[in-house]
Design a protein around this ligand. Structure first.
Ligand SMILES: Nc1nc2c(c(=O)[nH]1)N=C([C@H](O)[C@H](O)COP(=O)(O)OP(=O)(O)OP(=O)(O)O)CN2
Length: 159
């Protein structure tokens, strides 16, 4: 019988600080603001012969890496149906509801997200983490992203 185990990695240090605005409709969005997003994960895998599925420090390093890649950026939802993003010299130019915003490219990440929400961040980070876990025998991987205490979303992969 295969024994399956679940590792929960929920470290205070797994976080990223990012600026964003949520878009609610073609005409309504939040003002630009930031969050200290925290990231946690649930890893479901078969127990090995040595009493664990894998060294959890390996997963801690991977989660830290994907968080670091988003830290201290302005995040733009590149797949939003409601905004148009173009490049102009050192800036991204964003058009939304007749407004125009400019963000320095070096400060900004345009990510494949429909919106800059915790839901979309969790799906994005799940994909980033899965890429780091290639070759591992995982049964499930779930990633949570919280924008603050008591408000979070998760994305789940099942092998
Ligand atoms: N389904 C979602 N709804 C909202 C999201 C989201 O990611 N998914 N995000 C936001 C806002 O960006 C952000 O959370 C601001 O929200 P708000 O609750 O107003 O402010 P705080 O984070 O400071 O939370 P407090 O409860 O006021 O402390 C909105 N909706």
């Amino acid at each position: 019988m295969t024994r399956i185990t679940t590792l929960h990695i929920d470290k205070e240090s797994h976080k990223f600080s990012a600026a964003h605005y949520t878009i609610f409709s073609a005409t309504e969005r939040e003002r630009l603001h930031g969050h200290n997003y925290s990231v946690s994960a649930r890893i479901v895998a078969p127990m090995g012969d040595n009493g664990f599925a894998a060294d959890y420090n390996v997963y801690k390093r991977r989660i830290a890496k994907v968080c670091e890649a988003l830290d201290e950026y302005m995040v733009l939802a590149g797949d939003s149906l409601y905004q148009e993003i173009s490049e102009e010299g050192d800036n991204y130019r964003v058009r939304f509801n007749g407004e125009e915003m400019r963000f320095l490219k070096s400060d900004t990440l345009v990510l494949p997200l429909r919106n800059a929400t915790v839901e979309e961040f969790s799906h994005y980070l799940l994909q980033q983490l899965l890429a780091e876990c290639e070759g591992d025998s995982l049964a499930e991987l779930e990633v949570w992203v919280a924008s603050g205490p008591g408000q979070k979303a998760s994305a789940l992969w099942r092998g």
